[in-house]
Design a protein around this ligand. Sequence first.
Ligand SMILES: *[C@@H]1O[C@H](CO)[C@@H](O)[C@H](O)[C@H]1NC(C)=O
Ligand SMILES: *[C@@H]1O[C@H](CO)[C@@H](O)[C@H](O)[C@H]1NC(C)=O
Ligand SMILES: *[C@@H]1O[C@H](CO)[C@@H](O)[C@H](O)[C@H]1NC(C)=O
Ligand SMILES: *[C@@H]1O[C@H](CO)[C@@H](O)[C@H](O)[C@H]1NC(C)=O
Ligand SMILES: *[C@@H]1O[C@H](CO)[C@@H](O)[C@H](O)[C@H]1NC(C)=O
Ligand SMILES: *[C@@H]1O[C@H](CO)[C@@H](O)[C@H](O)[C@H]1NC(C)=O
Ligand SMILES: *[C@@H]1O[C@H](CO)[C@@H](O)[C@H](O)[C@H]1NC(C)=O
Ligand SMILES: *[C@@H]1O[C@H](CO)[C@@H](O)[C@H](O)[C@H]1NC(C)=O
Ligand SMILES: *[C@@H]1O[C@H](CO)[C@@H](O)[C@H](O)[C@H]1NC(C)=O
Ligand SMILES: CC(=O)N[C@H]1CO[C@H](CO)[C@@H](O)[C@@H]1O
Length: 884
Amino acid sequence: MHVATASLALSLGGLLSGVGGAALVSAPGETAAIPAWDLQSTAKAGTDLTTLSKTGVDTSAWHHVKVPQCTLMGCLLESGVYNDTTLFYSNNLDTVDAQQFSVPWIYRNEFDLEPASGRHFFLQTHGISSRADIFLNGKQVADQSVQVGAYAGHRFEVTEAAAKSNALVIRAYPTSYYYDFGIGWVDWNPWPKDNGTGVWRAVEVKQTGPVVLEPLRVVTKLGASLGSQPAGVTLKARAQNLEKTAVTVTASGLVAPVGGEPIAWSKTFTLAPLSISDIVLDSVVQKPAIWWPKQWGEQPLYDAKLTLTTSDGVVSDFVAEKFGFRTVTSKVNSFNDTTFFVNGQPFQVIGGGYAPDMFLRWDAAKWEKELQYVLDLGFNAVRLEGKNEHPDLYNIADRLGVMIMAGWECCDKWEAWRYNQDLAVPTPYWDDADYATANASMLHDAAMMQTHPSLLSFLIGSDYWPDDRATPMYMNAFNSVDWQVPIIGSASKRGFSNITGPSGLKMEGPYDWVPPNYWYDTDDDQYGAAFGFGSELGAGVGTPDLSSLKKFLSPADLADLWKSPNKNLFHMSTETSSFHNRAIYNTALWKRLGAPSSLEDYVQKAQISDYEATRSQYEGYAAMWNARRPATGLIYWMLTGAFPSLHWNIWDYYMRPAGGYFGAKVGSRVEHVAYDYVRKNVVLINRSLDKAGKRTVGVQVVDTAGKAVYNGSVEATTVPNTSKSIASLTTALGSIKDVVFLRLVLADEKGAVLSRNVYWLTKSVDVLDWENSEWYVTPVTKYSDYTALNKLSAANVTTTTAKAAGGGTTVTLENLSSVPAFFVSLALVDGKGQDVVPLTWSDNYVTLWPKEKLSLTVRTLEGAATPGAIEIVGRNVAKTVVKL
Ligand SMILES: *[C@@H]1O[C@H](CO)[C@@H](O)[C@H](O)[C@H]1NC(C)=O
Ligand SMILES: *[C@@H]1O[C@H](CO)[C@@H](O)[C@H](O)[C@H]1NC(C)=O
Ligand SMILES: *[C@@H]1O[C@H](CO)[C@@H](O)[C@H](O)[C@H]1NC(C)=O
Ligand SMILES: *[C@@H]1O[C@H](CO)[C@@H](O)[C@H](O)[C@H]1NC(C)=O
Ligand SMILES: *[C@@H]1O[C@H](CO)[C@@H](O)[C@H](O)[C@H]1NC(C)=O
Ligand SMILES: *[C@@H]1O[C@H](CO)[C@@H](O)[C@H](O)[C@H]1NC(C)=O
Ligand SMILES: *[C@@H]1O[C@H](CO)[C@@H](O)[C@H](O)[C@H]1NC(C)=O
Ligand SMILES: *[C@@H]1O[C@H](CO)[C@@H](O)[C@H](O)[C@H]1NC(C)=O
Ligand SMILES: *[C@@H]1O[C@H](CO)[C@@H](O)[C@H](O)[C@H]1NC(C)=O
Ligand SMILES: CC(=O)N[C@H]1CO[C@H](CO)[C@@H](O)[C@@H]1O
């Protein structure tokens, strides 16, 4: 047996199979993941891998999982040692014994193959944290100096060791975020006690004939006039002749719109003995269907396949992927801010930062629902900071039309540069072996992503840019896989390598609470205000609503929320971070909305704060798209949480959308009217490429008693892809004494409402102290007083329900009163009163005008329980339950 040169390989989604009893793979070109593992600590199983990797070892006392991949904690959850309902409750996570993970653990599996002369077998890894020894049938396949790094995948030839019955053993070494290329969490959440150690990505077995292929690359070349000119398409894959003689192969290419007429062609290559060379097949698609981000068009995908057949007509290997025709480019403007272009159109990035599950348990169905939320919100992108996950993440994003900003993570081994001023001590700077690990990681993940039309960019650094040895190494890795989308040096403006040039992305905060006017304070280019590209920023909000809070907080934890506003809390960021408590957030809540009188009161005030915060941030960036210094993108920090968290997410761990979600959803509407808190203007926003025409904006202001203060309307013509100010409300809002409500309603020529939106405003905005800004927040020296909202007269809102056209339920709310019904939230629950999730609401956490009637539509997504009732409650609306 010999160990093949370290090279990369990918899973072939459609071919994964685990046929019980039969050989794991039995035909050339076939690839299958090891479908299940037996797991044990070396403290119990010992360290004699030679013996453990022989068939027949009794593993009945080990842990058993029927999944192809899991970290140690993920496996122990899967096998029932831990239960996440219990683990995530209160601070139970802290009680997990970390000591058990201080020694290596063993993953073991037995499987069958059908070895015969002329057949070659491979083990393919896609990253094991932190490093591993691999043994097959008593022989070492790789040691920990080669299989190292969470993202470094390798292909090892195991033909000589392969037998009919095989035993595979992987010894995974403990991960340190200081020393290893792991998958770290920085300040996002408490760290898992196993540090993510283990076989977190599948290990595959592959069978081939005399020639093996590396992953397929697809190079597309679109004509200047998209779609109406033929497009070049080149299929490429690196081929290795495994024999000591020259081999002649026919390479057959196939390109077909999914479900459509294929283009097939072929070419013959003679490969020198033991050589490695690129197989390159060129073709042309006459009428390429163009792939667009969801809000701009369709997502046509093409199948591509490259098959090698030997002269006797037998397949040696094949590779296949889906791809799409689109272009992505980026430009740094005169302010050094980056604008992305998709299919030549300037693309304002609107999205959030992704956190995987804390134990890296990958769930494709969950990710699909998360992207459905992303689209429901009006977002168009997700940033992955060093959480590049699995091929299905990209497959699903391709299908749904969401752009992905992939990249490496900050603050640990991945950014161990001398000039990194935020590096965790005692992380050592990179040595030669570290560069090799990073190189293998880049090669592997770039190859995994190359064909996917959803890729917007790869950020080779997050907080700091890679040094002048790593940068060209990364660029060479991208070149070697025919990378076709922008490579960005980092997500910040702290410096850059001349090889990438300036990143054009800013990382200036905030990460904690700021008032809504923060985003509109753009005249002096301060920090995170709505100009340029904010790569990770937000008011830090994301408070789950009460039903979710009760799932993971004890009664004492719940009391802390409103009785101990400055207390450190477990369900936040790490102990050592600036975000271990809600003090900044709570100070604002107490000052602006008044001290809470109960848990319910606190949570409702938190939803009001969260809604206001996310709406203003998304509106602010959308409104400034055509400003003096354009706002070119924002990534809200964060989109999701790795565990049930009290902050930094757009929806909670249980996927129950609340105030922050619906604020973000209003602020991200493709056609919208927004209120600029600083200039007191109405801004007409159009993020579509094709929605134009006459628009009317109704502008109404009422006081807290429901008395009309202003009633007017503005005519405007909307221009695609443009934000513009269309009216000043200085007069309309001139006479505010206390708190007023402002309603903006955008309607088209036929009177159809395109966007409707209510603000609560005081005479003046919160006063920001920009000079004393920290990296994570800008302090407020004078808070706005919204306490009048606690004294609203009760409103009587009636609810009627009907079946919605196209599925779901239409809920019509009517305010019978002469006062506004403030912040009315609706929860869809099952027969037992538990939240029904996942689901989408056309709108929620709404404020009704006196006598206003408003219809909302709710639809459940796949996997949701059967709805039984809707619970309705508002700030001045008593709770009612309407049975369905
Ligand atoms: C975990 O525990 C909860 C509550 O004790 C129980 O309802 C749930 O079924 C358990 N989950 C698993 C996977 O065993
Ligand atoms: C996890 O990583 C941290 C930081 O590098 C380290 O202090 C800790 O010992 C690690 N835990 C284990 C179980 O290796
Ligand atoms: C943009 O970056 C370049 C390179 O660092 C610098 O020389 C230039 O002054 C910057 N321009 C602005 C407007 O900041
Ligand atoms: C990275 O790996 C590739 C493929 O093995 C190799 O050709 C290249 O020299 C490596 N680069 C560095 C800087 O080690
Ligand atoms: C990068 O380019 C600038 C301007 O050309 C030059 O002054 C600087 O020395 C270069 N830096 C490196 C590391 O090459
Ligand atoms: C947005 O712009 C598109 C493209 O010009 C246009 O068709 C649409 O009517 C515009 N919508 C608004 C609200 O301006
Ligand atoms: C506002 O004015 C419009 C016409 O300009 C009128 O139709 C509408 O009833 C008025 N609304 C209120 C609340 O006064
Ligand atoms: C969209 O807006 C950008 C930025 O203002 C502009 O450069 C571009 O030409 C516009 N595109 C269209 C299709 O109007
Ligand atoms: C609300 O109005 C409806 C219809 O007039 C009435 O039946 C109901 O009793 C009122 N509810 C309250 C709480 O006043
Ligand atoms: C101002 C007003 O009409 N308020 C009414 C709203 O509805 C509640 C509940 O019916 C009444 O109590 C209020 O008088």
